[in-house]
Design a binder for this molecule. Structure first.
Ligand code: 5AD
Ligand code: SF4
Length: 475
């Protein structure tokens, strides 16, 4: 195994004052690499968060630079890349199942390259297991070295060898990477990568490295280019966007960045994910003051109980969360707020869970993602004593979802009879006669369209509210 560069969680944990190097034009292809993919097809399967989706776009960009063409047909693909997520055990199980399934394609076409990258590739245990039990995987690279992909593919095709290279270190910032954007009217813009919060349950600080913010000028340049190319909406992405800029001097924080991006005049700006601890009053003001910053905030709560929050390492109390929540509701007109909640954290009692339910009754979220705690190897929470049965945790999740669903519906009902501005995404998945798009509050609307094209902002009158969407008609 010595010829491989394997991940190492001890190195990944290293933190200290760090300003990441900015690497411009990291992708340099030699003549062989530029034509390796000629007449060949690629397919990228992405799991997980929006940062991973954005990485998938960059991977597609690199493969196209090598001459590969995209295909939707797995059987036609000469290279399939699984861009994975490690946030919970079930995400990992799905990928392992998918590798098993893709073995069949490899049997039919032995020259096909099967690659794995993303957060799972950053985990020592996973990579060792794949090398031992899944010889069909030819290529493994991590979240820090997408730029090495051409050299790794060359090694596989020309030298007929496996290529495994994963770095566990703080990380760099890569500018000017090629990418194939998935949509013509909505784009994600990474403003930072990595996370230094080390919430005790979370694997992200280990798999994505230390927090690294891009320079404000580079972010703004990208937004202006997108605007000039007809994009209507950008989503500013980071594991903890409110901490943006704290790692670079003389740059400005997230409040500053929001204002600068708003001043580009791009039609719609979104951002995710927020951390309550780093959310300042100036950031709330920016969201309130600019019409093109959408009134929607994803504000993970995780738990409503102070002791559990403390053991999760979240750095805020339920009272502090409520105060921020109230400020957002007061300052930002018609703001919609969504959240993430974990039930069954090690040692969570029924009473502590009831505190989470109380917070849900208080906040009446527009939308929420809820999870049963999943121990991630190498994180502090995975070692905490946990005597609760899975059945009890699932029952808590069920009760929680019941209340979350109730409030989603109630919030959606407020929109019935009103006219809202919907950014048209295109025909809906289930029915090509019906069109869909999102309101400023990030509510999905299915509606009948009289006239308009993808990327237009359409006035839609809401006629019906469901739990997860609205129905309406163009006026
Ligand atoms: N178990 C369950 N849920 C988790 N999340 C993160 N780590 C875990 C874990 N180990 C949830 C958090 C986070 C969301 C992206 O995933 O709620 O906000
Ligand atoms: Fe994970 Fe916490 Fe960082 Fe979010 S803020 S990515 S939950 S460590």
């Amino acid at each position: 195994m010595s010829e491989y560069r394997l991940p190492d969680f001890i190195k990944a944990r290293k933190r200290g004052p760090y300003q990441a190097p900015i690497i411009r034009e990291a992708l340099k292809l030699n003549d062989v690499q530029k034509s390796l993919g000629r007449d060949l097809f690629y397919h990228v399967i992405t799991y997980g968060c929006q940062a991973n989706v954005r990485d998938g776009e960059v991977i597609a960009g690199i493969l196209e630079e090598m001459g590969y063409t995209h295909t939707e047909e797995l059987g036609e693909a000469d290279i399939i890349i699984l861009n994975t997520c490690a946030i919970r055990d079930n995400a990992e199980k799905r990928v392992m199942g998918e590798i098993g399934f893709l073995q069949n394609y490899k049997r039919m076409k032995p020259s096909m390259i099967l690659g794995l990258c993303g957060c799972m590739a950053q985990e020592e245990v996973v990579v060792k297991r794949i090398l031992k039990s899944y010889p069909v995987v030819d290529l493994i690279f991590g979240t820090h070295n997408l730029y090495e992909l051409p050299a790794m593919i060359e090694r596989i095709i020309v030298d007929n060898q496996k290529a495994v290279s994963v770095y566990s270190y703080q990380g760099s910032i890569f500018e000017d990477m090629p990418s194939v954007r998935s949509l013509p009217h909505k784009a994600s813009v990474m403003i930072m990568d990595g996370c230094d919060k080390f919430c005790t349950y979370c694997i992200v600080p280990y798999t994505r490295g230390q927090q690294r913010s891009r320079l404000a000028e580079d972010v703004i340049k990208e937004v202006i280019e997108l605007r000039d190319n007809g994009y209507k909406e950008v989503t500013l992405l980071g594991q903890n966007v409110n901490a943006y800029g704290k790692d670079i001097p003389d740059n400005g924080d997230f409040g500053y960045l929001l204002k600068k991006v708003a001043e580009t005049g791009i039609e719609r700006i979104r951002f995710t994910t927020s951390h309550p601890w780093d959310f300042t009053k100036e950031m709330v003001d920016a969201i309130a003051d600019y019409d093109n910053i959408m009134p929607f905030v994803h504000l993970p709560l995780q738990s409503g109980n102070d002791e559990i929050l403390r053991r999760m390492g979240r750095r805020y109390t339920s009272q502090q969360y409520r105060e921020l929540f109230d400020t957002l509701k007061e300052r930002v007109r018609d703001v919609a707020i969504s959240t993430d909640i974990i039930v069954g954290f090690p040692g969570e009692t029924e009473e502590q869970f009831l505190d989470t339910l109380k917070m849900v009754e208080y906040c009446k979220y527009d939308n929420a993602y809820s999870f049963v705690f999943s121990p991630r190897p190498g994180t502090p929470a995975a070692k905490m004593e946990d005597n609760e049965e899975l059945e009890v945790k699932k029952e808590r999740l069920y009760r929680l979802n019941d209340r979350l669903g109730y409030y989603s519906k109630i919030n959606n009902e407020k929109w019935v009879g009103k006219t809202v501005k919907v950014l048209l995404d295109g025909p809906s998945k289930n029915n090509p006669e019906v069109f869909c798009g999102y309101t400023p509050q990030q509510k999905l609307v299915n509606f009948t369209l009289k006239e308009g094209k993808v990327g237009d902002i359409i006035d839609v009158r809401i006629t019906e509210a469901k739990k997860n969407s609205l129905n309406g008609e163009q006026i």
